[in-house]
Design a protein around this ligand. Sequence first.
Ligand SMILES: [Zn+2]
Length: 176
Amino acid sequence: MNLLRDCYEVIGKSHVRLFAVALEKSMYDGDPYERCFEELLNRFDRMVSRVNRERDEKNRGLIVLAESSYRENLEVVASRIAKEGHRWGQLRNLADIPYFTPARNTRLLQLADAVANAVYGRYEHSHARHFDIIAPRFDQDGGQLHGLRHHTRNLWCMCIACVARRSNQQPEPTSH
Ligand SMILES: [Zn+2]
């Protein structure tokens, strides 16, 4: 448990930008894994755009995925998005197609797996201990949270992603 906590503290104290999408499967008719992948691509691409604007640079991003049984599906989704764009527009800042590699070959993918576990624990089991350590690292800009999205039927979910989204979209409801 201490080792695991140390791993999360490495992430929490680093300068990485995290991205995660939590989706209640019942909210979506299609493949939820593909839907989240599409959203992650979009959020990552927009972050690269933002950083390029801020620094007047022309960085390109690369997506590296852990090998899994989803590989074939995700390759189909990635090539469709490259040709036709995604539901929010076009990807502009990716250097190449997504690459796949076994997670055991790279420490970054193992850390990404730890992040996924923390997000899953937070949303599926309400275990926020690890999530809270890494939460400050989700991509944000000027007080707006871009790196974490929660798709839920609960209109008044109090997680940081839902609270941030509501406060960006509309004024707080007043009581009558
Ligand atoms: Zn939420």
